[in-house]
Design a protein around this ligand. Structure first.
Ligand code: EPS
Length: 403
């Protein structure tokens, strides 16, 4: 239902994205997009590039007078740093008059962990810059911009998304600490690491300082929480309709993410069934379903279908692969062992990755919402949601709770 493509290089003129399938009738807030872009730029451990950029999205189609028309939405974010890179990023005949910046030497020493080596071999590039400019995580700017549109659609129907950082390097919040949506949502946008445990956050900052001083980098983990999700998104009937699979793919596609967990994630492998599955009890309060779940270890999905509990998705990020104290590599021109190339980079970007994951999750959930409740207009979705709510209530001989 919802599809998007991005284009753009890290130091190119601009980043662009097209979102296809957004229903008509959604009032879009540019400030809400800016807020998400600013959140993505933040976090303790980010590098100097973020002091150069002030990411702002302009929409150039699919919106009239602030309201979506149902046509594809195209967004553009201009790279401020472009002025310093025109000579490096453009070749004749497209070099603009008065281009500034110096021509950087070819990158020939691949960074272990980056797409450098595999990408250069795959596409036959002599200069690894042809790989790294597109493989760069700067691309996630557009996922966040487009994700903010999906997020505004979800918010229209009471579905909200937040995240928090659980781990940086060897520092984690207590493993049994269950963070509520409200707690994650209350974290300030400009906080250093978006961690709910202030003492752990201080230790995380120290760990980033230590890694940075050593020319090293740090990864970590974050949890995305989605609340207000209707029952029945996704399906168990076919492998490619399972929503857990779609969420895992979407989050795994973010740069440097090496594992994704739903609910208690890898813990399911070591606990007995009684410590994994969430019992079903009779409801004590009015809700869509006449039952309640005392725990949510499943993370809001059973059989690849949403069950009405909060969605909980954890992403595990490896340390960034540009090390200021470089790892060993081989110069692909001379075939001599040399330290890997150094590019300006971040020491830790886990808080930024969490914001990107929120965006990717928003896109997947919005897509599932459109699949189940109609895809053409916001009004149509509202009608179908209300009708389904009434039908579910009728199934249990109850009255639908008012929306
Ligand atoms: C950026 C993410 C990182 C930064 C990049 C901006 O991308 P990469 O995956 O290439 O390390 O390094 O900034 C630069 C390339 C730079 O010139 O500093 C982002 O999230 O915007």
């Amino acid at each position: 239902m919802l599809r998007f493509l991005t284009a753009g290089e890290s130091h190119g003129q601009a980043l662009v994205a097209t979102l296809d399938g957004c229903p008509a009738g959604l009032a879009l807030s540019p400030d809400a997009i800016t807020r998400q872009l600013t959140r993505r730029q933040g976090g303790y451990g980010r590098g100097r590039r973020m002091a150069i950029e002030t990411d702002r999205a302009e929409w150039i189609s699919g919106v009239r007078h602030g309201v979506t028309t149902g046509a594809p939405i195209a967004l553009i974010v201009r790279n401020k740093d472009w002025v310093n890179w025109q000579q490096t990023m453009f070749v004749e005949p497209s070099m603009p008059d008065g281009a500034t910046g110096v021509v950087k030497p070819a990158v020939t020493r691949p960074r272990p962990g980056h797409a450098d080596l595999a990408g250069a071999v795959k596409y036959g590039h002599e200069d690894i810059r042809d790989v790294l400019e597109r493989a760069s995580a700067r691309e996630t700017t557009m996922r966040v911009a487009i994700g903010s549109v999906a997020r505004q659609l979800l918010e229209r129907f009471g579905i909200r998304i937040a995240s928090h950082v659980t781990t940086i390097g060897d520092v984690s919040i207590a493993p049994d600490r269950l963070v509520s949506f409200a707690e994650a949502d209350a974290l300030p946008d400009d906080g250093p690491l978006h961690c709910v445990d202030a003492a752990a956050e201080t230790r995380m900052k120290t760990a980033i300082d230590v890694a940075g001083k050593a020319g090293d980098t740090l990864g970590g983990a974050f949890e995305v929480i989605v609340t207000g999700v209707p029952v029945g998104l996704g399906s168990y009937v076919q492998w490619d309709r399972k929503l857990d699979g779609k969420l895992a793919q979407a989050v795994m596609s973010i740069h440097a993410i090496k594992a994704v967990g739903l609910g208690i994630g890898p813990e399911v492998a070591v606990r007995p069934g009684s410590g994994v599955h969430d019992e079903i009890l009779k409801a004590t309060a009015e809700g869509v379903l006449p039952v309640r779940r005392p725990t949510n270890r499943a993370g809001g999905l059973e059989g690849g279908v949403t069950n009405g509990e909060d969605l909980r998705i954890t992403g595990y990020m490896k340390p960034i692969s540009t090390l200021m104290t470089p790892l060993r590599s081989v110069d692909l021109n001379t075939l001599t062992e040399e330290p890997a190339a150094i590019e300006r980079s971040d020491v830790c970007a886990v808080p930024a990755a969490a914001v990107v994951a929120e965006a990717m999750v928003a896109l997947v959930i919005a897509d599932a919402l459109l699949e189940k409740f109609g895809a053409d207009s916001v009004e149509e979705i509202a009608r179908n949601l209300a009708a389904t709510s009434t039908a579910v209530a009728g199934r249990f001989h109850r009255t639908a709770p008012s929306a």
